[in-house]
Design a protein around this ligand. Structure first.
Ligand code: RET
Length: 244
């Protein structure tokens, strides 16, 4: 049986190595597309430090005999909005969608609410925690609804088929992984206590690596492949060129 610290070390090393991999893919990309790289790397570097904090028990608190790792939630409240912005930057090319910023704020607002109500659920040491858990799950459904409804429609309208197909694929990757988080929480010590603290840390480490490093690789490789077929002009981003 591996211990909690092994999984936290895996997270720290994995996020750091992931940042290097993203940088290496980034240097092969066009300058006009590098903003995708900066966002992807900000996400993995923040996570690397959050894992390092958890490895050193920074931000760990006890609630009713169960350890709650606050650093995890601090990571998520910063990086999940960045992941959503990264996804939306594929769906909606700048300059084409008048509604881009308000759509971003709507999704990010819901997402931050989802994490904050998740923290409250972890800190409340009685049965009302399930209400907070439910609020958080409803917010997650709201995020998924916005991604597949409003933003998908806007993407089809302003960016055309090529881009909206790519967006659908990346949004599906993100949604499937995100749906697993409330399941892990439910099974863990703060939920119904069916899995050990080590298993909880293992599950979150694997999910986080797929949701951050895996997601970053999918985004960067997709944009690079699209650049080859969309033939963008100098000064024009690939998403912009592919949305004509
Ligand atoms: C919590 C518990 C309460 C119910 C819900 C949750 C959702 C969390 C999610 C986290 C996503 C994290 C990601 C991290 C990337 O590395 C807070 C676990 C709905 C969706 C993608």
């Amino acid at each position: 049986m591996s211990s909690v610290n092994d999984w936290l070390a895996l997270g720290t090393v994995g996020m750091t190595a992931g940042s290097v991999i993203l940088a290496l893919i980034g240097v092969t990309m066009r300058k006009e597309d590098r903003h995708h790289v900066y966002l992807a790397m900000a996400i993995t570097l923040i996570a690397a430090t959050a894992y390092y904090a958890m490895l050193n028990n920074v931000g760990d608190i006890m609630v009713g005999g169960v350890t709650v790792q606050l650093a995890r939630y601090v990571d998520w409240v910063v990086t999940t909005p960045l992941l959503l912005i990264s996804l939306i930057s594929i769906a909606l090319p700048s300059g084409k969608s008048k509604n881009k910023m308000s759509l971003i704020w709507a999704v990010v607002g819901l997402d931050v609410y989802m994490i904050i109500t998740g923290v409250i659920a972890s800190l409340v040491n009685n049965d009302t925690r399930w209400y907070w858990y439910a609020f958080s799950c409803v917010a997650l459904l709201g995020v998924v609804y916005m991604l597949y409804g409003t933003i998908m429609n806007e993407s089809k309208k302003v960016a055309g088929k090529k881009i909206s197909q790519l967006y659908t694929y990346v949004a599906l990757y993100l949604s499937v992984l995100w749906a697993a988080y409330p399941v892990v929480w439910y099974l863990s010590g703060v939920g119904v206590n069916k899995i050990s603290f080590a298993s909880e840390n293992y599950a979150y480490a694997v999910l986080d690596l797929l949701a951050k490093v895996g997601f970053g690789i999918v985004v960067l490789v997709s944009v690079s492949r699209l650049a080859a077929s969309a033939k963008p002009k100098a000064g024009e981003s690939t998403v912009e060129a592919a949305s004509k």
